[in-house]
Design a binder for this molecule. Structure first.
Ligand SMILES: N[C@@H](CCC(=O)N[C@@H](CS)C(=O)NCC(=O)O)C(=O)O
Length: 292
C-alpha cells in the first residue's frame, strides 16, 4: 500500500483489506459473527472470555480482589480469546458481545445466564453484585463512577490513538504521534493533579475506578505497555501517578489479575487460562500455566 503525500479522500470510502498495520488482519468495517464456534464452559459461576490486555486485566484484577475478600461467588473460569486469530468473531462470542471485543462475561449464577460486555459495565456489574470496591454513599459512588467513565472515554486516545500510531501503524506519522502524545500527556496531568492530594481516585478508598485507570495509565507509567512509550512520554515527571501505580501493583490480587490470559513477557508472569486458584501455584512450580 502506498502512502502518497498528496492523498485526497475519495468521495465514498472503500475497504482495502490489509493496510499493513499490526492487527490489520482482524480489522473490518462490518460487525457480526464470521463463523460458528461454541464457547467452552467451565464449572464456576462466572465464565470470562478474555485476553491479558489492559481492558482484559481490569476484570481479572477485580475478580482476584473479590476472591481475596472472601467472595467465593466470584470464582471464575478465564478462557483465552485469541483476537489475532479472530476468536472474537465466533458465533458464541458474538452472542455474548455483539461488539466482538474482549472482555466478555457470562454469569451463570443468575436465574437466566446473564451476558455482560464492555469492561466498564463488567466492573460495575461485579462491584454491585458483590457489594465491594464501589462506595455506597451517593457522594463516593458518584466520584467513583465519574472516574470509571472518564477512563472508558479517555483510554481510546491512549490505546487506539497514541498506542496505535506509536507502536502498530506501518509507518511513523509525526502528525498522528504528536496529536495523541499531547492528549495522553494532558490526561496524565489530569491524573497527576488529582492524585497529588489523595491516595486513590475516589472517596478515600481503593475502588473500580482505580482498577480501570491503573490497567491503562498505571501500566503505561510502569513501562508495561508500548515499548519505549514510558521514556517517550517522560512518565517519571508524573510522580503522583507513579507512586499510585506502584502502590496498586504491590497488591497480590493485582499481580495475579495481570497474569491471567497473558501470553507474553516473562513465563513466570503468564497464565494462559485460569480455572482454579491453584493454577497460580501450579504456575510457580512449572513456570507454565497453560492448561490443555
Ligand atoms: N470499550 C471496550 C473495548 C474493548 C477492546 O477494544 N478490546 C480489544 C482488545 S483490548 C479487542 O477485543 N479487540 C479485538 C478487535 O478489535 O477485533 C471495553 O472496554 O470493553
Amino acid at each position: 500500500m502506498n502512502f502518497p503525500a498528496d492523498y485526497t479522500p475519495p468521495r465514498i470510502w472503500k475497504w482495502k483489506e490489509g493496510n499493513g498495520g499490526t492487527f490489520a488482519n482482524i480489522n473490518r468495517p462490518v460487525a457480526g459473527a464470521t463463523h460458528e464456534k461454541t464457547l467452552p464452559v467451565g464449572r464456576h459461576p462466572l465464565q470470562l472470555y478474555s485476553l491479558g490486555t489492559p481492558n482484559g486485566v481490569k476484570v481479572t484484577i477485580l475478580l482476584e480482589e473479590l476472591l481475596a475478600l472472601g467472595k467465593t461467588g466470584a470464582e471464575y473460569d478465564a478462557w483465552f480469546i485469541d483476537i489475532g486469530e479472530g476468536d472474537q468473531f465466533g458465533s458464541g462470542f458474538a452472542d455474548i458481545n455483539p461488539n466482538s471485543k474482549i472482555p466478555a462475561l457470562l454469569d451463570r449464577s443468575e436465574a437466566e445466564p446473564l451476558r455482560v460486555f464492555e469492561s466498564g459495565s463488567i466492573l460495575l456489574y461485579l462491584a454491585e453484585k458483590f457489594g465491594a470496591f464501589l462506595p455506597e454513599d451517593r457522594q463516593g459512588r458518584t466520584q467513583c463512577l465519574n472516574w470509571l467513565f472518564w477512563q472508558m472515554g479517555s483510554a481510546p486516545y491512549l490505546g487506539g490513538g497514541f498506542g496505535h500510531f506509536f507502536a502498530y501503524a506501518p509507518l511513523k506519522i509525526e502528525y498522528c504521534i504528536d496529536r495523541f502524545a499531547m492528549e495522553v500527556k494532558r490526561q496524565l496531568d489530569v491524573l497527576n493533579r488529582h492524585l497529588s492530594i489523595r491516595t486513590f481516585m475516589a472517596a478515600e478508598s481503593y475502588s473500580i475506578a482505580d482498577i480501570a485507570i491503573w490497567a491503562w495509565y498505571g501500566q503505561l507509567v510502569l513501562g508495561r505497555t508500548y515499548e519505549g512509550a514510558d521514556v517517550f512520554l517522560d512518565v517519571t515527571s508524573y510522580s503522583h501517578v507513579m507512586e499510585w501505580a506502584q502502590n496498586i501493583f504491590a497488591r497480590d490480587a493485582v499481580k495475579r489479575g495481570c497474569m491471567v490470559n497473558r501470553t507474553r513477557g516473562e513465563p513466570s508472569e503468564q497464565l494462559r487460562e485460569r480455572h482454579d486458584a491453584s493454577d497460580f501455584g501450579a504456575l510457580n512450580q512449572s513456570g507454565n500455566g497453560t492448561r490443555e
